[in-house]
Design a protein around this ligand. Structure first.
Ligand code: UDP
Length: 243
């Protein structure tokens, strides 16, 4: 891995490029230990200010990619060098492409009923030969969990994508990682929603201009309250003592 981890408030982030992140995932698959990858953005970091369990899960993750433009800005503002933003959605697309080339087995867990299945169908059209070995929606009761875990294990994935939202996906994985015995598990938030066409990602020019948050605010105004975390994050980075 490149440099040491970079602190963004109380969460440490790996300054990796997309290519490095993909190579790290491929090494994790070779090594066959149960690795957990988190995709850090400003909202997650703000949650980790008060949710100490989440903070500790993130800080013991095997890789924390700089998913959001906010964390990249904050790291650079504090004088650290961080090569680029590595959006979780984009990492998933790279891994699906690799799966089509190398046969990596991928499992989709999470999203509303039907969404992971639709995301799978989309991926199969997009990446000919991709190997998606199972899907399960993310709405379940504690009684369903043993069956879900068994199903996932039976499918023997190399990569488990978990989309239950933050912090549920990180906490679920922290609890279950070790009996799942899967080389790589990644918390991927709204990724299946985008792949299934339930939500639409900002156009590339907005992503490049670091305005993806604005697009999200305009297209999903119901997220406005949650998104108040973003200006609070900026203030906390700029004026560490007061916020
Ligand atoms: N979700 C789920 N189970 C739950 C709560 C949420 O599967 O109990 C899914 C939800 O359907 C959505 C994803 O988790 O697909 C969360 O998406 P969001 O964009 O909110 O991700 P975040 O911003 O939390 O990363």
């Amino acid at each position: 891995m490149a440099e040491t981890r970079i602190p963004v408030l109380n969460v440490k982030i790996d300054p990796v490029t997309m290519n490095e992140a993909v190579l790290i995932v491929e090494n994790f698959i070779i090594e066959q230990k149960s690795r957990f990858i988190a995709t850090a953005n400003a909202e997650m970091v703000m949650m980790a200010q008060t949710d100490t369990e989440l903070a500790s899960i993130l800080n013991k993750a095997d890789l924390v990619i700089p998913d959001g433009a906010g964390v990249v800005w904050a790291a650079r503002y504090k004088g650290h060098s961080i090569p680029e933003r590595v959006a979780g959605y984009d990492l998933v697309q790279e891994l699906l492409r690799k799966s089509a080339q190398k046969g990596y087995r991928i499992y989709f867990f999470g999203g509303a009923p039907g969404v992971a299945e639709k995301a799978k169908q989309w991926a199969e059209q997009q990446y000919q030969g991709v190997c998606i070995v199972g899907v399960r929606d993310g709405f379940f009761t504690p009684e369903d969990e043993p069956e879900i875990i068994n199903q996932i294990k039976l499918c023997k994935p190399d990569i488990l994508l978990v989309a239950l939202g933050v912090p549920k996906q990180e906490k679920w994985l922290n609890q279950n990682l070790h009996h799942l015995n899967i080389p790589v598990s990644i918390g991927v938030g709204g990724t299946f929603d985008v792949m299934a066409g339930v939500t639409i990602r900002a156009p590339l020019w907005m992503q490049r201009a670091n305005l993806e948050w604005l697009y999200r605010l305009l297209s999903q105004p119901q997220r406005a309250v949650r998104m108040l975390a973003l200006p609070r994050f900026v203030l906390k980075v700029l004026l560490p003592k007061k916020h």
